[in-house]
Design a protein around this ligand. Sequence first.
Ligand SMILES: [Zn+2]
Length: 499
Amino acid sequence: MSISEQRRIYKQHRAVYLTIPKNSAIEPRQRVMKRGFLTAAKGKKALSKATAPNAVSQSVPDPRPDHSGTKKTQTEDVLPEFLRDYNPKLSIGKVEQTGLPDGYVPWLPEVKQDDSDNPSRFRDDDLVITTQPYTAIGAKFADVPGGFTKCLLSGHARRLILRAPGFPRPPPQPKNGLPFRVMEIPGKGLGVVATQDLKAGDLILSERPILVAGSSSALLNPPMQKLSGLTHEQIRQVLLYEMEKLLEQLFAQLPEEQQKAYMALHNCHLEDGSGPLMGIKRTNGFNLTGLCDQGDKATYAGVFDTLSRLNHSCNVNAKRKWDMSSFSMTLKAFRPIPAGTEIVISYISDTHLLTSERQAQLAPYGFTCTCPTCSDPAASDAVRAKLSSMNVKAEPLIAAWAHDRTLPDDHLLKPALANLALLERECLEYHGAYMSTLFLVMRAYVVLGNVKEVARYGAIIVDTQQAVWGPGKALDAFRVFAKPGAFMGDPLWGVRKKI
Ligand SMILES: [Zn+2]
């Protein structure tokens, strides 16, 4: 969809979203719950009271056809569970009745404007529009190295950012220039394609988000009496509406270039009641690990200019990681990516799930994955079904085989090498089964006294650790495996070596 078409749709939706229903007025914030109230005993008690038969009609007109007698409605039965943590799943697909329920009166959560980089400036529960790294209002985007991000956060989340060690570091950049191009991918719209050969572990890009906002409705603090009596779908529509209104406040503060970049992103939430800003955020937002409210009540998502262009595949070749100190998302290759290959990530947390489970997790994104793994579910599911049996401790197997001359020399190696090939075919190098199988192979070569293969697999273990998990203590410990002759003093060294 072109930018002008997106803008046209945005204007249409905006008109709808700015129209407050007739005979309604913005209510002052009254009886607003503290975040987490619902999960507290007091909150549960209050909510069950509010949703009990005959209780709701005292303060809010109840649209339910029958709220008296013994027959309980869906709302009465499930509302407390449904609203636990204020994080119900939002609508997806085509929703028949979008928009606000009749007679519903919106409320406006109070939003404070940040005007300093003082971590103690706001209370944990305050809702704040802030620029990170802190930038005076009116500053030009290009004047700040790495750019800046407009965020709608709680005071608690803002403090987490400002207190991150080293914040605000400039986002790291690849040594040889950006190794990719954003271009049209047949059947997929825009995507990101490598323009250089990339090795496992190579940095592709670090990027600050255009905007950051809560990835759930937890920030809203809706007054509970406004939601009681509504069906689940009506509550979802209310939450979508209120979240859109908050995003509008944030969007209005973005520099024009960032507004254009945001509106040019894909939106697959056109029929579920999401407003245009919310739809784009739901389609393109990435969760920012470690940025959350007190007690993990709300997590946050960022929408990016370039990273949000990455397409999904269950055969991933790159991995993203949120880095709070530079306030940027880092994208690295975790397996070799030849020039001309599309760089793809996974939108779901686990590509090692079975095909049907992955497709269910991808449903909110509004597309059917046609990657090689999804195209041959029988073959790919067979590998995934074996993952836990591949994820074994090598030592007991090695010890049993080393001295048992009734077993052939390739007793462990043959199936292990076959498993490695399967895992590489499925791009599952990040899974624990891959690392444990690499260990098994390397240890088998120790028993066989094969110096060359021990060093080769030792190096693959180090490279995999570096590419998938990055630097750290584990990587330092693994480096010994790649040293030639490191295992010559091992009690099992060469036990089965052929003379
Ligand atoms: Zn797939």
